[in-house]
Ligand binder design. Structure first.
Ligand code: AMP
Ligand code: MG
Length: 340
């Protein structure tokens, strides 16, 4: 199959729509990361997404809709706080999880009794969603466990020859996936941290919980995706909280003959200059670090054998999401319980 990258025009949108209604998948830009989109009502298309990505079949998908889509077509229970969250943050990088009404393909939610819905703000994503006018499931457009894509080129690198079309909407400005927030209980509960932070949600609705899976209890995990090793570059990765320990390990790796790169915030760059390693600068602000993280992880795998990552000092706000991704990218494996 020939994989084409096309700018978003009326013609490429029409082509994308045709592919979607034939049961195919199309990569689309969003403000967070690129997604691999398919018709949420079409069992075949949804299964194809899992197959193309190599995604574990217990990791559910998010349905994407345009700003004026009538949500009552796919959900019915809608607590007042969910309405407030939609008014405050949508369109934008916040996914809300509602009780499922069974309207979309059963393969979307992988056996959970909920459905995750997102309204992206990216103008290209909106144009595409308006064109098709149906919910589109769109997990991140990377091979499962690989680094999420923030440019059309990243998608091409993972799926050349495997999908027909990548709609190119430029580099993603957000850079990490949406905050996923459960709206099935009395208060919203964050299942996956992201650019819409707990503090931002609390300001709008008062209380907001954070989900910590209780693996020992044997309960069904609310958001299985949070347990998988993910976002990982194809090189050895080592994560440090302490800059000096990172420096020592970088030197040891170099002595052992490895090409070494260090990924750190701008404030730590000077400590590594002149030590013979390539320094990948995450930047200064939390949002800048979110935007640059995946591009740098993908760069790392092309230039080094060992990536030494150093956790930025700030841990709150948007960094909660950035650290969540960085720790998974550098994890040695899945949380053992989830291994199939
Ligand atoms: P991705 O689209 O690759 O960013 O992954 C989607 C994320 O949303 C994963 O972490 C899933 O576990 C989570 N997710 C999707 N649907 C649901 C749902 N119905 N309930 C809880 N989490 C979900
Ligand atoms: Mg993903």
């Amino acid at each position: 199959m020939n994989t084409q990258i096309k700018k978003i025009t009326p013609e490429s949108l029409q082509e994308a729509k045709n592919i979607i209604f034939e049961g195919g998948v199309v990569a689309i830009p969003t403000e967070t990361v690129y997604g691999l989109g398919g018709n949420a009502f079409d069992d075949f298309a949804v299964k194809r997404i899992f197959e193309v990505k190599g995604r574990p079949n217990d990791n559910p998908l998010i349905a994407h809709v345009h700003t004026d889509y009538d949500l009552s077509k796919i959900i019915d229970y809608d607590p007042p706080y969910a309405k407030k969250l939609r008014e405050a943050f949508l369109p934008g990088p916040l996914t809300l999880v509602y009780p499922s009404t069974g309207k979309v393909s059963p393969f979307v939610s992988c056996g959970l009794d909920t459905l995750a819905v997102r309204v992206p703000s990216h103008t290209g994503a909106q144009a595409f969603l308006r064109e098709v006018a149906i919910p589109i499931v769109a997990p991140s457009a990377n091979l499962s466990r690989h680094v999420s894509p923030t440019s059309a080129r990243h998608v091409f690198d993972d799926f050349n020859g495997k999908i027909p079309l990548i709609l190119d909407g430029g580099d993603c400005t957000g850079g990490i996936e949406s905050t996923v927030c459960d709206c099935t209980g009395d208060i919203p509960v964050i299942l996956r941290p992201g650019l819409v932070t707990k503090e931002m949600i609390e300001k709008v609705v008062g209380a907001c919980g954070e989900y910590v899976p209780d693996l020992a209890s044997g309960e069904k995990v609310k958001s299985p995706g949070v347990l998988y090793k993910h976002y990982s570059p194809r090189c050895k990765t080592l994560l440090f909280t302490d800059g000096n320990a990172a420096k020592e390990r970088a030197a040891a790796e170099r002595t052992a003959g490895a090409r070494v790169a260090v990924l750190c915030e701008n404030a730590s760059v000077s400590a590594f200059v002149g030590t013979g390693v390539t320094v990948l600068d995450l930047g200064k602000t939390q949002t800048e670090m979110a935007a640059k993280l995946y591009g740098l992880l993908r760069e790392a795998e092309t230039i080094c054998d060992t990536l030494i990552a150093v956790e930025p000092k700030e841990k709150d706000g948007v960094m909660t999401g950035v650290l969540n991704r960085l720790r998974k990218a550098c994890a040695s494996e899945d949380i053992p319980h989830t291994r199939k």
